[in-house]
Design a protein around this ligand. Sequence first.
Ligand code: FE2
Length: 285
Amino acid sequence: MKITRRTFIKRTLASAAALIGINAFGYSYARYMEPNMLAVRRHDIEHGKIPQHFHNFKVLQFSDTHVGFHYELDDLERLVEKMNQEEPDLILFTGDLVDEPHTYSFPPRLIQILKRLEAKQGKYWIYGNHDHGGYGTEKIRDVMVQSGFQLLQNEHTLIENGSASFTLAGVDDIMLGKPDLERTLENAPKESFTLLMVHEPDVALEYQHYPVDVQLSGHSHGGQVQVPFFGYLVTPPFAEHFVEGHYPLVNGFNLYVSRGIGTTRLPYRFMCRPEFSVFQLKSTL
Ligand SMILES: [Fe+2]
């Protein structure tokens, strides 16, 4: 079929219009829709060291809320309600509470909302790079303390149930803190199942050689934007090897990376929905 000049121009204009339409939709979707499409990622963690008392114990992890950067307190309130519906036994926050501590106003409502999170065996947290950045170290600590969260900064604690327990550990932020895994694990019971919180996932390459069974991280935001057939557009330093999901490494060491809740730098998410994770412990004893 012969294409006339007029048909050619018409088709070119139609294709351009379609492309602009798709891009406009793509933009609106990435900017206004997907960042609000919260997902719950569920994993079973089966391990011979998990005591029977902790069979079906529910650990909820959330990360990287980046409050203040296109993530408001109303969003956080909805998130808290959703997380409480899971009725977790333990809640873990793996860093980056607000996007810019030096410009954020820290309204009292932030604490009121975080305080409402409920977990039978407590709420724990670690520092992320945005928490230490912009002189946020004390400000964020005050908010978390008042919200009922306990900080693990190069230290561990025992989560107890009857006569059984497991070790919960947390290291300081890798980029802007003073992380010290040796000190974190000092005097931890050797045979205990050990769950470690670290903001940046890539240190798993080193930490897999330590007596740790599970590392929970965030920081990557899952790349925020994923391009079909290409993959992650940008991943931050220390989240270039491990970006999202489950990575079984050496010596039975398992790394789980959360895509997190909020966004930073650019307020977009594409093929990378925000998420929190629910881990159910499974004893094989
Ligand atoms: Fe982050």
